[in-house]
Design a protein around this ligand. Structure first.
Ligand SMILES: [Zn+2]
Length: 383
């Protein structure tokens, strides 16, 4: 493009004048002369210098390619147009910058806030959409902008995502009745999972899922299994199922194996990236499950961890995956082969879910809250 300077006139100057007026740097011209008659006068040169200073550009009062692009970028306010990742010609503008700032404020790693909608901005946006229960399409459209506006006043006070997830759980109330839990027994069908000395993960987790389902149903929860006994849906299909049925929680059940026979214990996983974005309720529930199972079963504590596996990433509700014991370890193998042990595990998980909805009220020491307590609590509340 030709560099615009003092003395120039014409449509390009008219566009610059209009942009500067829109930014409040030049008084709007009520007489609005024809575009051909628009003049680059001293007032325009002064406004351009001011704009350049604000943007960290060389303040020479001339409109070259950099200043022209910056002026164009400045005209976009968040919500004025849909934003998406266009690989061949990335969108840039102040609306993108605002989006990136908001995402970073909330703890989503949108990369450097540079006003250009790239792959990392899209990934951060998807995480936000997922956590906020929006359509996860990576496009910043009307729905997402509305959600960002609602969150902005709180954004300074802490993590709005954390507040929102806790708010949903608090609103859901302490009762288990009516809660919809998707139980996901790992593997299945031709995929048997880990298999050691006659014990198969797919069958064990199916059995555990049924025990869990029975207890959940007894407390009035709606428990749904993500697969049939002889089916093995993909991780994505399992997450999709949870979204379709509108699950409140997603619990994936697995058991592990290791080359070392010494490896043993229970570990829980919730959605979260190394960069810091994490499902708060997922993390809380994983912590409760971990504590209850360790205290009740004597399994070694292999702690809770953040992961971005598909079942954790693609589910809209808080999701936890538990790896219960190592079939390759003698102690764990013996424990898991005992149906009574699997009952204890099922009870521990139900109690952990109950604790989540109690949000710290009626707190009893870990491991002392029994299934009978949970039932009593449900019946008392029902009256
Ligand atoms: Zn598994």
């Amino acid at each position: 493009m030709r560099v615009l300077r003092r003395g120039d006139a014409g449509p390009a100057v008219a566009e610059v004048r209009a942009t500067l007026a829109g930014l409040g740097l030049l008084p709007a011209d009520p007489s609005a002369p024809a575009a051909e008659a628009a003049v680059y006068d001293d007032a325009v040169a002064h406004a351009v210098s001011t704009f350049q200073q604000q943007r960290g550009l060389i303040a020479d009062g001339l409109v070259g390619p950099d200043t022209f692009r910056a002026l164009k970028d400045a005209t976009y306010q968040l919500g004025a147009r849909p934003l998406a990742y266009l690989v061949s010609s990335p969108i840039s503008g102040d609306d993108v910058l605002t989006l990136q700032d908001r995402l970073l404020e909330m703890g989503y790693d949108a990369g450097r806030a540079n006003g250009v909608f790239g792959g990392q901005t899209e990934a951060a946006l998807r995480n936000f959409q997922r956590d906020y229960g929006l359509t996860v399409d990576g496009i910043c459209g009307a729905e997402t902008v509305r959600a960002l506006r609602q969150l902005s006043p709180r954004a300074r006070g802490g993590s709005p995502v954390l507040l929102r997830e806790q708010e949903l759980v608090r609103k859901a109330g302490p009762r288990l009745r009516g809660k919809r839990i998707v139980i996901d027994p790992g593997h299945g069908g031709t995929d048997r999972g880990v298999s050691v000395a006659g014990l198969e993960e797919a069958e064990l987790m199916w059995d555990l899922a049924r025990r869990l389902e029975g207890r959940m149903a007894a407390t009035g929860m709606q428990a749904l299994l993500s697969r049939g006994r002889d089916q093995c849906p993909t991780e994505g299909d399992r997450a999709h199922f949870a979204n379709e049925v509108g699950g409140d929680l997603f619990l994936s059940l697995h058991t592990d194996a290791n080359r070392s026979p010494l490896a043993q214990g229970v570990a829980s996983f919730h959605f979260g990236s190394a960069a810091g974005s994490t499902s708060t309720i997922g993390e809380t529930l994983a912590g409760f499950i971990q504590r209850e199972l360790v205290v009740r079963t004597g399994l070694r504590d292999c702690r809770a961890h953040r992961k971005t596996w598909d079942t954790l990433r693609l589910t809209r509700c808080p999701a936890v995956r538990v790896e219960i014991g190592y079939l390759s370890n003698q102690d764990d193998h013996r424990r898991l082969s005992d149906p009574a042990f699997r009952d204890v595990v099922a009870e521990g998980i139900v109690v952990a879910v109950k604790r989540l909805y109690l949000l710290g009220e009626n707190d009893q020491p870990t491991g002392t809250f029994t299934f009978a307590d949970v039932l009593r609590h449900e019946l008392a509340k029902a009256e």
